[in-house]
Design a protein around this ligand. Structure first.
Ligand code: PLP
Length: 391
C-alpha cells in the first residue's frame, strides 16, 4: 500500500497553516488574530429569521438547486441598489456554499489542463488549491512593495495565449488594499484585449474604509459580459459559519458555474439562505454602521502595532492589517509568529503562507482586527511586553 494516497497535484495543499496556527493558539492559550472571523455575531434579526425558518419548516429539506428564489431576488436587488448592476435573479444568480464554493465551481467550470489563470500574489489560499484541482496552471503576479499596489505591466507580461481567466480579489486578502478605479480600468483594458474571463472575489465588498469605496470590476464598460462576481453572506453579515455565498453575472457564465456547482455540494444551508436574503434587504444604515465599527477596530490595532515599531501598511478594506516586521529586526514571518505565540500568547499569520515560495513576502505578517476592542487591547498589551518592556 502507498504511504500517501493523496494525488500529487493536491499534496502541496495537504497541510493548512490556519490549522497549525489555530492549534498553536489553543495549545498556548493565545488570542487568535490569525484566522479571519469576527468574535461578535451579526444582527439579531438575521438570526431570528433563521430560527423562524427552522421552526416553521422553511428550508429544512433540500432547497432549489440554484438557491431559494427569495435569496436570488435579494442578491439581484442588492447588486442594483449598491452598484446599479442588472442581474437576472433566475438566470444570472446562483447560491453557493460560501464564496469558497463559488470560486471553486467557477474555476472548475472554466479552466482545465493546458489553461493558465493569472492572479495577484499573495492570495487567498483557496485559489491555488482550486486551480491545482482543475489541472490548470496558477500564475501569481506579485503585488509591489512597499504598499501592495498591483503592477499592471507585470500582469500584461504574464498573460500568454494559454491564459483564460483573471482571478481578482478586491478588497484584497491578505494585504487589505482596495483596487482603485485607475487600477481596475487598466486591468479591464488588458482583460478585454486578451479576451479573458474575470472571476471577481468580492467577499469583502462592504468592508471598506474611509474613501476607499469598493468598485466591482463588472461595473466598468464592457466588463459585465465577461465577469463572474462572487459574494459572501458570511463576510457581509458576520456569520462566517453559515456558509452562504453566491455568484452573479451574465447568463452564459452563470450557466456554466451552475452546471459544476450542482455536482459539488448540490445544495446547502436552506434556512440560512432565507436569513441571508433578509440581511441583504437591510437598510443602508446597517452597512454603513458595520463599516464604521470595523474601521474603528482597524484604527485601534494599526495604531498599537505602529507604536511597537512595525511598519503598518494602510488597510483600505477587509478584516486585516498587514505589517512589515523588519523595523523590529525580524526577517522571517514564520519565525516571528511562532515566537509571538509562545512568548506573548498572540497568534498572527505570516504572509509566506499566501504566496508562492519564489515570491518574497517574508517580512510581512497579517493581523485580524475583527475582534472586540478589549480583545485587541489585551493582544497589544501582551505583545508590548516583549517589544517595549512590560510597562
Ligand atoms: C473568507 C474569504 C472567502 C470565503 O468566503 P466564504 O463565504 O466563507 O466561503 C473568499 N475569498 C476571500 C478573499 C476570503 O477572505
Amino acid at each position: 500500500m502507498p504511504e500517501n494516497f493523496l494525488v500529487p497535484k493536491m499534496r502541496p495543499h495537504a497541510v493548512s497553516i490556519f490549522a497549525e496556527m489555530s492549534r498553536l493558539a489553543v495549545e498556548t492559550n493565545s488570542i487568535n488574530l490569525g484566522q479571519g472571523f469576527p468574535d461578535t455575531d451579526g444582527p439579531q434579526e438575521i438570526k431570528d429569521e433563521a430560527i423562524r425558518c427552522i421552526q416553521s419548516g422553511r428550508g429544512n429539506q433540500y432547497p432549489p438547486p440554484h438557491g431559494f428564489p427569495e435569496l436570488r431576488s435579494a442578491i439581484s436587488a442588492h447588486q442594483k441598489r449598491f452598484y446599479d448592476l442588472v442581474v437576472d435573479p433566475d438566470t444570472g444568480v446562483v447560491a453557493t456554499t460560501g464564496a469558497s464554493e463559488a470560486i471553486a465551481a467557477s474555476l472548475l467550470a472554466l479552466i482545465e489542463v493546458g489553461d493558465e489563470v493569472v492572479f495577484f500574489d499573495p492570495a487567498f489560499d483557496v485559489y491555488r488549491a482550486a486551480i491545482d484541482l482543475s489541472g490548470a496552471k496558477p500564475v501569481g503576479i506579485p503585488l509591489t512593495k512597499p504598499n501592495f499596489r498591483p503592477d499592471i505591466e507585470a500582469l500584461a507580461q504574464a498573460i500568454t495565449p494559454a491564459t483564460k481567466v483573471l482571478l481578482l480579489n478586491s478588497p484584497h486578502n491578505p494585504s487589505g488594499i482596495v483596487f482603485n478605479f485607475e487600477e481596475l480600468s487598466a486591468i479591464a483594458a488588458l482583460v478585454t484585449t486578451h479576451n479573458l474571463i474575470v472571476i471577481s472575489d468580492e467577499a469583502y465588498e462592504h468592508l471598506w474604509f474611509d474613501s476607499n469605496r469598493h468598485i466591482p470590476i463588472s461595473t466598468l464598460p464592457g466588463m459585465f459580459e465577461r465577469t463572474i462576481t462572487i459574494g459572501s453572506g458570511g463576510k457581509c453579515f458576520s456569520f462566517t459559519g453559515w456558509k452562504v455565498g453566491w455568484a452573479s453575472g451574465p447568463r452564459a457564465l452563470i450557466t456554466a458555474v451552475k452546471a459544476v456547482r450542482q455536482h459539488l455540494s448540490y445544495v446547502s444551508g436552506g434556512p440560512f439562505q432565507l436569513a441571508i436574503a433578509h440581511g441583504l434587504g437591510l437598510p443602508d444604515r446597517h452597512f454603513t454602521e458595520f463599516r464604521r465599527d470595523l474601521g474603528v477596530k482597524r484604527d485601534q490595532l494599526s495604531a498599537e502595532l505602529a507604536q511597537m515599531g512595525m511598519r503598518v501598511i494602510p488597510t483600505e478594506g477587509t478584516y486585516f492589517v498587514t505589517t512589515d516586521i523588519s523595523p523590529l529586526g525580524y526577517t522571517d514571518g514564520f519565525e516571528f509568529t511562532r515566537m509571538l505565540a509562545k512568548k506573548c500568547q498572540v497568534v498572527a499569520i505570516p504572509h509566506q503562507v499566501f504566496t508562492e515560495s519564489g515570491h518574497d513576502f517574508k517580512e510581512y505578517v497579517r493581523w485580524a482586527f475583527c475582534k472586540k476592542p478589549e480583545v485587541l487591547t489585551e493582544a497589544a498589551t501582551r505583545i508590548r511586553t516583549i517589544f517595549l518592556g512590560s510597562n
